[in-house]
Design a protein around this ligand. Structure first.
Ligand code: C2E
Ligand code: MG
Ligand code: MG
Length: 710
């Protein structure tokens, strides 16, 4: 700027007195200056322009132009604005001193001049001028820097009051000086923003470390992201440098999408699918469930591309992606109630290949159901650009941990299973492991035929007598379903009830059972037999508010059976699911007059507290406890305890699966009320139970007759 720092500075002496000039000159040279001399004001001004001095020694009274004018001239030039100018005045000439200051002099020295003092003065002035020069330079730099910053700068006090702000970018319109200045942070920003600002401010002030954080702000023109850096700027204040990073965030999001998504369908890409699969595997390892991976490839997709063009092909792929998504997200409600394979991730690996992740499946077969669902959904035609297009898909399925431990091998094996499906004639799915294909086919066949069994009236109810221990009379019977399968013969409930529950078919089957049992029981009475209870098993899927009560009411109305001759066998697990709801259902059933029994007692939830809470009538001790009696002391002790406890709660006890006299006598000894088991009779087909009951009635009659005779 005005002082060439790298050289020796020039000192300009302007004085009309030649002796003074001489003295000053030798003194200044000694001090380290290069000296230039001028003998009047005008000459002085010219020398100033020519030599650009670093310091000026100026006499006041001179010919042509006096010292005041020279000083003013120097100050008005850019090079002289900050130049140290030392004026030489007469002693006591206060008026001249005042005028000199007004003209811009830096300092004064009085004549006669003490040359030693002058030498020191000049040194100090020179040093001062250097310091002020450096200061001005650094200030200018800072100013330039601040002006160049796109950021918003906020000076904020410890108490959160904004003391100063600086911004120049449109991005900070929200932060107008009027809205910010002298207000507290929490008056300007919403809570979720002002709290972290204050926390970071506190930290910056207490530990002096620069604090970073980001936040979002919902502005009228849209969501903005900001990054804050808070620096301690001394004495309980901090400087916050706020930057609008909305653009950067949007770009990051876009990059993330590109990195994780298939741009055509919006599904995951291969990379992110593998990530999801790995996560699912880690979780499955911890929790011990299955993970299904489906590999789907459209059949003959190339033909569509070749004949209808790539545009149609692309639209079709999007349509396929949508349908797969629908199958996974919504699915078939009835099937999903029972075992929901959990919403999975779907990806397009490229071309016409898709993969589907089923992160949590309870049964291996569930993945087959999903594949089936996808096949059915794809079988509806697609309408693309006026064309009706039909597609089918071949799918391969792998199951963790059966078909691989890691993402790569599960995908590779699913791919090869998919090829197997192509070889099988396309439009089908194949498990990677052959054994699963076989069992899955069997199940599928069973499920399909079960759906038809109701219409074809293939179900039959058998009845197993329940005998009163004291009187030896049949006081009730349990209705037990059988399936008269056209090819497989008589199928036992344990072989199809679980599948019926899984598919949700149990609800309609159960409805049929209820009606058939009530109608049959009523018919037996109408045939002249003594009225007795029929017990009907209720699956946990049927145990729902409204539907269960209304279903039972319908069966009672239809059959005309007195509700006191109907007993419902409920499982512990179904009534324990939701105590509140169960309690309501049970109270309503009770008020209808039907009996309530807990089936298989002892195998489920072991809390006895609920027994008191619900209006129950009967406990059925599970067969597993009866089996070991009398040798197995544990079983015997449990059975005895259940009987005693049930009686204190005023519940009747029925023992299931009684096969021997020893079991009967033990149970009798414990005061068990009723017995059901092969010792008396297995479950009998409808006509045989009638024969059984008639025979018993007859025997009872003859016994009565005999009693009368005796
Ligand atoms: P459950 O309700 O505990 O029925 C008792 C089961 O024990 C019946 O088997 C019965 O035949 C068998 N059993 C009776 N006495 C003896 C015996 O002395 N020894 C042996 N080893 N077994 C005996 P079943 O008929 O095979 O039924 C099995 C299960 O299927 C039933 O257990 C019940 O949970 C279910 N079930 C049967 N019918 C229906 C139905 O209509 N609806 C529903 N939801 N479930 C049913
Ligand atoms: Mg039962
Ligand atoms: Mg039972």
């Amino acid at each position: 700027m005005e002082i060439p720092l790298d050289e020796r500075p020039v000192a300009l002496v302007i004085d009309d007195d030649s002796a003074s000039r001489l003295l000053a000159s030798s003194l200044l040279e000694e001090t380290g200056f290069i000296v230039q001399l001028a003998s009047d004001g005008l000459e002085g001004c010219e020398a100033f322009e020519r030599f650009k001095p670093g310091i000026v020694l100026l006499d006041l009274v001179m010919p042509k132009m006096d010292g005041f004018s020279v000083c003013r001239r120097i100050r008005s030039s850019p090079a002289g604005e900050h130049l140290p100018v030392l004026m030489m005045t007469g002693l006591d000439d206060i008026d001249s001193i005042n005028r000199g200051y007004q003209a811009g002099a830096t300092d004064f020295i009085t004549k006669p001049i003490n040359w030693t003092i002058l030498q020191h003065r000049l040194r100090y002035m020179w040093r001062g001028s250097l310091i002020s020069y450096n200061l001005r330079k650094s200030e200018a730099k800072t100013r330039a820097l601040v002006n160049a910053l796109p950021d918003l700068l906020i000076q904020v006090g410890k108490n959160g009051v904004i003391q100063d702000i600086k911004f120049q970018d449109d991005n900070y319109r929200f932060f107008s000086p009027e809205s910010l200045l002298h207000r507290r942070i929490d008056q300007v920003f919403p809570d979720d923003v002002s709290k972290p600002i204050m926390e970071h401010l506190g930290r910056a002030l207490s530990n002096g470390e620069i604090q970073f954080f980001e936040h979002k702000l919902d502005l009228p023109e849209g969501l903005h992201h900001y990054e804050w850096r808070i620096v301690n700027s001394g004495s309980d204040e901090a400087l916050a440098i706020v930057r609008d990073i909305t653009e950067r965030k949007l770009t990051q999001e876009k990059i993330a999408l590109l990195a994780y998504q298939d741009p055509l369908t919006g599904l995951l890409n291969r990379h992110s699918f593998k990530e999801h699969l790995n996560q699912a595997l880690n979780q499955a390892k911890r929790r011990g469930h299955y993970v299904g991976t489906l590999f789907l490839d459209l059949d003959r997709f190339k033909r569509i591309n070749d004949t209808l063009g790539y545009n149609v092909g692309d639209i079709l792929l999007q349509g396929v992606a949508d349908r797969i998504q629908d199958c996974i997200r919504k699915g078939d409600c009835t099937a999903r109630q029972v075992s929901d394979p959990s919403t999975g991730s779907i990806s397009r690996l490229g071309g016409d290949e898709f993969t589907i992740l089923l992160p949590e499946i309870k049964q291996v077969q569930d993945s087959g159901k999903v594949a089936q669902r996808i096949m059915e959904s794809l079988s509806r035609p697609f309408v693309v650009a006026g064309h009706e297009v039909f597609v089918t898909a071949s799918m391969g399925i792998t199951i963790y941990p059966l078909d691989g431990e890691d993402a790569d091998s599960l995908l590779k094996n699913a791919d090869s299973a998919m090829y197997n499906a192509k070889e099988q004639g396309r439009n089908n799915y194949q498990f990677y492991s052959e054994s699963m294909n076989a069992s899955s086919l069997k199940r599928l066949a069973l499920e399909t035929s079960m759906r038809k069994a109701l219409d074809r009236e293939e179900f039959v109810l058998y009845y197993q007598p329940q005998i009163n221990v004291v009187s030896g009379k049949t006081v009730g019977m349990e209705a037990l379903i059988r399936w008269n399968h056209p090819q497989m013969g008589l199928v036992q409930p344990l072989d199809f009830i679980p599948l019926a529950e899984e598919t949700g078919l149990i609800v309609s089957i159960g409805e049929w059972v209820m009606c058939a049992a009530c109608i049959r029981n009523k018919a037996l009475v109408e045939m002249g037999l003594e009225p007795r209870r029929v017990a009907v098993n209720i699956s946990s899927l049927q145990f729902r508010p409204y539907s269960l009560v209304s279903m039972i009411r319908k069966a009672l109305d239809l059959s005309g059976l007195n509700p006191e001759f109907l007993e419902l066998e409920l499982t512990e697990s179904s009534i324990m699911k939701n105590m509140e709801v169960s309690s309501k259902i049970l109270i309503e059933l009770k008020s209808m007059g039907v009996g309530l029994a807990i089936d298989d007692f002892g195998t489920g939830y072991s809390s006895l507290a609920y027994l008191k809470r619900f209006p129950l009538d009967v406990l059925k001790i599970d067969r597993s406890f009866i089996k070991g009696i009398p040798e197995d002391q544990d079983s015997a002790a449990i059975a005895a305890a259940i009987i005693a406890m049930a009686h204190t709660l005023n519940l009747k006890v029925v023992a299931e699966g009684v096969e021997t006299e020893e079991q009967l006598s033990f149970l009798r000894g414990q005061g068990c009320d009723e017995i059901q088991g092969f010792l008396f009779s297995p479950a009998l087909p409808p006509d045989e139970i009638e024969v059984y009951l008639r025979r018993e009635a007859k025997a009872g009659l003859s016994e009565k007759k005999r009693n009368r005779v005796e």
